[in-house]
Ligand binder design. Structure first.
Ligand code: HCB
Length: 214
């Protein structure tokens, strides 16, 4: 089976909303030697995007999206132990990562945290639907030099902007690099709110963090 066919099988398994199918497809992709990051991004995440489109068009309903999410989480969990720990012994930086207030979407945010951690960053994942001031408090508590903020809805993206403003008001902006991500977020939005970078996916998040912190 070609890699492209394998990615399609992974994506179709997510769209089927069946956890068994997802776990079987992940096992198969692993046994074919496909890298965990590719399994997640080109297979599972592509399937979740498809689920999002079908939900938007009324072809799938919220319970399906929840089942697909559960299946995706189980698939990612199966890969956690395989995500390479090419982490250097010296930590590369301290990053606080979370999903902003009002937003419960956390699948992508958690993948980003895992990938950053396995690449050598000290990551404090503060969860989802996180009150904005909690980002600032955690940055102070951990002396973080970067913050990652996830927002999956147009209505919650503004939380990212508010956090940038709060960092300025509380005299932290010069000490902390700001990364934003999430489906509706774009490079243009990152520039508009004065973030240091936008990451489209977890691999990009690792690359941007290395560029900004090393
Ligand atoms: Co949800 N939902 N949802 N949802 N949902 C979206 C986001 C919509 C776009 C679907 C649609 O209408 N097309 C839509 C938002 C529309 C808008 O913007 N206005 C939507 C809606 C409306 C809602 C509810 C309001 C539905 C309702 O209740 N009527 C509700 C939200 C409640 C709330 O938050 N207050 C809701 C609920 C849910 C769940 C619970 C069923 C489930 C989430 C489960 C969970 O996360 N634990 C869910 C899901 C799964 C989705 C879709 C289908 C997929 C999201 C996902 O996991 N993608 C999504 C459709 C879509 O996004 N296209 C839909 C896969 C991951 C891997 O991608 O983009 O999250 P990602 O992360 C990437 C990337 O963005 C980047 O790297 C990640 C890894 O590659 N990245 C970062 C992300 N965070 C980063 C942080 C960084 O620092 C750096 C990079």
């Amino acid at each position: 089976m070609s890699k492209e066919e394998m990615f399609k099988e992974l994506s179709d398994a997510i769209v089927s909303c069946k956890q068994d199918a997802v776990l079987a497809a992940v096992e198969k992709a692993k046994s074919e030697g496909i890298a965990p990051a590719e399994i997640i991004e080109k297979g599972l995440a592509a399937g979740m995007n498809e689920v999002g489109i079908m939900f938007e068009r009324g072809k799938l309903f919220l319970p399906h999206v929840m089942m697909a999410s559960g299946a995706m989480e189980a698939g990612v969990k199966l890969l956690e132990g395989d995500i390479s720990t090419d982490a250097p012994s010296k930590k590369l930086g301290v990053i606080v990562n979370g999903t902003v207030e009002g937003d419960v979407h956390d699948i992508g945010k958690s993948i980003v945290s895992t990938m950053l951690q396995s690449s050598g960053f000290e990551v404090h994942d503060i969860g989802r639907d996180v009150p904005l001031q909690n980002f600032i408090d955690k940055i102070k508590e951990t002396n973080a030099n970067m913050v990652g903020m996830s927002a999956l809805m147009t209505t919650t993206m503004t939380g990212q902007k508010q956090i940038v403003e709060m960092l300025k008001e509380q005299g932290l902006r010069d000490k902390v690099k700001v990364m934003v991500g999430g489906a509706p977020v774009t490079q243009a939005w990152a520039e508009k709110i004065g973030a240091d970078c936008y990451a489209e996916n977890a691999s990009e998040a690792v690359a941007r963090a290395k560029e900004l912190l090393l």
